[in-house]
Design a protein around this ligand. Structure first.
Ligand SMILES: Nc1ncnc2c1ncn2[C@@H]1O[C@H](COP(=O)(O)OP(=O)(O)OP(=O)(O)O)[C@@H](O)[C@H]1O
Ligand SMILES: [Mg+2]
Length: 370
């Protein structure tokens, strides 16, 4: 049975890679870049930093919110012969940062390995086209390069997402690419059997402190990475501005023309921060949720609130919509969390002023089982 033809149009792609989303900014940075550039890099360190943290004077948007010195250290690591490992809590933009770094350094963020319990060396290094392998034996034609081999052969940054979720022995196949900058393909004869990394190659790995810590990594491999911790956004106003901008952009892409309401977002970000830290803004101790209440989750909930308001009621999402959407985020890890959320709505909203807080308290019946 033949299916409908698959057409690929950039306009229909849900999330094009960073080098496509920001092609225009990258082209402008490249054209104006007169600072020294490490061998094999598409941009200088200065231009790469501007791409990530933004530069108003030349119209480059801020894409990662955080300490610019983290970006400097990350870029310097990538210019050395050690890999870069971004560690941190879930939803702190480690993956986003690794994508932006790869787009800035190599102009390509798509050489990505997704780590998981079932990741194999084939998915990291190379595999074979079995029809050609049977017909001609191992040859460069029958070799199917995976991201690591491609990155080494073309001098590009390879991204390894959630590296600590892979079995240790699979992770360790990065040892010689990182230290000797060579990958052996023993099946191929002669020179073809050794792939030497070209300038520009390096690895950015990410690891989550929640799922599995970095203890699940051999000390030999740890020594070949520089570790950088990515922290959650500390400041309320900065987090609010980020959630507003990101959720606004997601809503526009979903065909919603009503921008998210500022008062609703204020409640959302406040609630997320309090449920994350277990402390209210006036200093009361409260139960913190075991579910991850990260900025990335806050953006996802703000998006859902906007969609709910627009597609169900034809207007921007309200605080009542927020309570409905919160349940799906808060009640992931344990049923306890739902009870904690209910208690929060009952006990920690009454002292606050503003109609949106009253509405939030009244909307607790929207919680499942309420
Ligand atoms: N400091 C930040 N700067 C920019 N965006 C941020 C920041 N923190 C969170 N975000 C939001 O989070 C989203 C990215 O989350 P991302 O998936 O990269 O996090 P992560 O740390 O890789 O999470 P996980 O550990 O679950 O893989 C961004 O698209 C953005 O909306
Ligand atoms: Mg990630």
């Amino acid at each position: 049975m033949r299916g409908a033809p698959v057409t690929v149009a950039t306009t229909h792609v849900q999330r094009p890679p960073a080098e496509v989303r920001y092609a225009d900014e990258l082209a402008r940075l490249r054209a104006a870049d007169d600072a020294p550039t490490p061998p094999g890099w598409a941009l200088s360190l200065r231009a790469a930093r501007a791409f990530i943290v933004g530069d108003d004077k030349i119209g480059i948007s801020r894409k990662f919110v955080g300490d610019p010195s983290l970006i400097d250290r990350a870029l310097v690591s990538l210019a050395t012969s050690r890999g870069l490992l971004l560690v941190g809590e879930p939803g702190t933009a480690k993956s986003l940062l690794s994508e932006l770094l790869a787009a800035a350094v190599s102009g390509d963020s798509t050489l990505t390995i997704q780590g998981g319990a079932a990741t194999t060396e084939d998915q990291i290094k190379y595999s074979w086209n079995y029809a050609l392998l049977v017909a001609e034996g191992p040859s460069e034609r029958s070799l199917v390069p995976a991201p690591l081999l491609r990155g080494m052969a073309h001098g590009k940054v390879v991204r390894f997402e959630e590296i600590t979720r892979c079995p240790l022995e699979v992770q360790d196949c990065l040892l010689s690419p990182l230290s000797d900058r060579v990958l052996a393909v023993p099946e191929l004869p002669g020179d073809a059997g050794m792939v030497f990394a070209r300038e520009g190659f390096n690895i950015i790995a990410t690891a989550n402190t929640r799922d599995r810590g970095v203890n699940d990594m051999s000390s030999a491999l740890k020594r070949r990475f520089n570790f950088e911790t990515v922290f959650p956004i500390a400041d309320f106003d900065t987090e609010l501005a980020l959630v507003e901008a990101e959720a606004g952009a997601l809503l526009r892409r979903s065909g919603v023309t009503a921008p998210p309401r500022r008062d609703v977002l204020e409640v959302l970000v406040t609630a997320f921060r309090e449920l994350r830290t277990g402390r209210t803004t006036r200093g009361d101790e409260m139960d913190k949720l075991s579910a991850v209440m990260s900025t990335a989750e806050a953006v996802a909930v703000a998006h859902a609130v906007g969609l709910r308001g627009w597609f169900l009621n034809g207007s921007a999402g309200t605080t009542t919509d927020l309570v409905s959407c919160l349940a799906g985020t808060a009640a992931k890890d344990s049923p306890e969390d739902l009870a904690k959320l209910r208690r929060y709505l009952e006990q920690h909203t009454s002292w606050r002023t503003g109609p949106q807080w009253r509405e939030l308290r009244d909307a607790r019946r929207e919680l499942p089982g309420g």
